[in-house]
Design a protein around this ligand. Sequence first.
Ligand code: GLU
Length: 493
Amino acid sequence: MTEKTRLRFAPSPTGPLHIGGLRTALFNYLYAKKTNGELVLRIEDTDLARKVDKSQEHIEQSLAWAGINFDESSSKGGQSGPYNQSERREIYKGYVEKLIETGWAYYAFDKKEKLDFHRADHEKRGKKFIYNAHNRLKLDNSLSMSDEEIKKRIDKERFVIRFKTPDQQEVGFKDIIRGEMVVSTRDIDDKILLKSDGMPTYHLANVVDDYKMGITHVIRGEEWLPSLALHVLLYRAFGWNEPIFAHLPLILKPTGKGKLSKRDGHKFGFPVYAKNWKDEKIYAGFDESGFLPEALVNYMAFLGWSPKDDKEIYSMNELISDFSLEKINKGGAKFDPAKLLWINSQHIQALDLMELVKICSNKNQEIPKEKLHDFIRLIQPRMDSVVGLKNKFYYLFDAPEINEEACQKMINDEIKKSINSFIVMLKEKETNDSSEIKSLIQDSAEKNSAKLGKVMAFCRLSIVGKMEGPDVSQMMAFIGFEETVCRLKKALS
Ligand code: GLU
C-alpha cells in the first residue's frame, strides 16, 4: 500500500491573504483531493515582530470563501496539532537540542553590531558575508569553547542557535517542477534555527512541522526555492526522509514585468485579496468586487498550470480531476484581470437563476427585493460581476438622459408613426408581457411600413439612452408599460 498523501498550506499571519497565497493553497488543495489525501492548515506565527492583528482571521475567511477546505487546522482540530506554530515552542526546543547533541548545531553569541560590521565590510569589497565553515571558528560561538564556558555564557547572555552547515559539500535534491538541482554548501549560511527570544526561525519550525505532521508533498511559492538546500540539509541532519517538493512559479504584474505585489492592486485598479482588508484604508477583495469564488478558483488554476486541452471553464471538481503537478510551468504567470473578468462572466452565466438571485440579493441591497428576480433574469447574459448592478443597469430603474442627436438621426416619418401607434396600442392593452409587447411593436411597424429593425433601434435608444442592453421588449416589460410610454414620448419630442 502506498502512503497517504498529506499536504499543507502554511501561511504567516503578517497581513491579508493575497492571490499568491491563495493560489498556493488552491494547488495544495487540488493535489490533496486528486490523490485522496489530506490537507492541513498550519499558521506560521513565530515571527512576533511581523505578526498582524486579524490576519489569521482574514486568511481563514478567505480560504473558506474560495471553497478551499482543510481536514486539519486550529479551528477544526486534528491529530497533529497544535496548528499554530507559536503553540509548539517546546517541540522545536527539543529538536534543536538534538541537533546540538549530534553536532549539527551550535550556540552563537555574536553581537549584532559585530555582524553588521562584517556585512558592511564585505559589501564594501563587493563580497557577501557568509557565516559558515570558512570563518565560524573566528566568530563568537560555542564551537571553540569548553562545555563549562558554554554553560556559563548561555546562563547570562543572549544567544542564538545556528545550523552547522557541512563544509564543502555538493547538496543534490529535486523539485518536481524544476528537476534536479545541486547547491554547494560553500554558499549556504549557518542559518539561525532558534532566535534569542526562544522562538524558532521559519526554517527550523517549517522542517520540524512538515516532518511531525507527516507531510508528503510541499507545494509552495518560488520565493522559497533558495531555502530548499538548507531544508534538505536539515532533513538529512535529523535523519528524516524529505518530502516531495514543488515550487510554484511567480505571479507577475499584468505588464508581465516583475512580481505582482500587494500594492499593484491599487495601482492597476483590481483586487489582489480574496476578501476586503481594512487597515487605514480599505483594500478591495475579489468577493466584494463581484467575483464568484468558483471563477477566481478557475482563473487561479491557470496561474502556473495548464491543462491538456484548451478547455478554459472549470468547476472545482473538474480541476481536481484534471490537475497534475507535472503540468505546472516553471515560468512566471502573468496576472490578467481581463481574463479573470471573462471567466467570471462565464461562471455567472452558467449559474442557476435562483442561485444567482440569492447571491445578488445580499450584494445589491439597493435593488428592491420584489424586482430582483426579474431583473437578474433579464441581465444574467450580460453580467460579468455580481455587484454594482443597479449602477451598471441604471436605465432599468431610472429614465436615462435622452440622446437628442442620436434620436434625431434615427427618426423618420415611418418610425414616428410606428412609435405613436405602438404607444396607443400599449396604453390600450396595458400589458407587461414581453411577447405581447413584441408583437405590438411588430404590428405597428408593419402597419406604417417601417423597418422593424429601425423601430426596435429607436425603442432601444428611448429606453436605454444608448445602443446597448438586453432585449427591447423584455426591458419594456420590466420597466412597465407606463414608464415605457413615458420614455418613448420623451424621445419622440
Ligand atoms: N510561512 C511561509 C509563507 O508564508 C510558508 C512557506 C512554506 O510553505 O514553506 O510563505
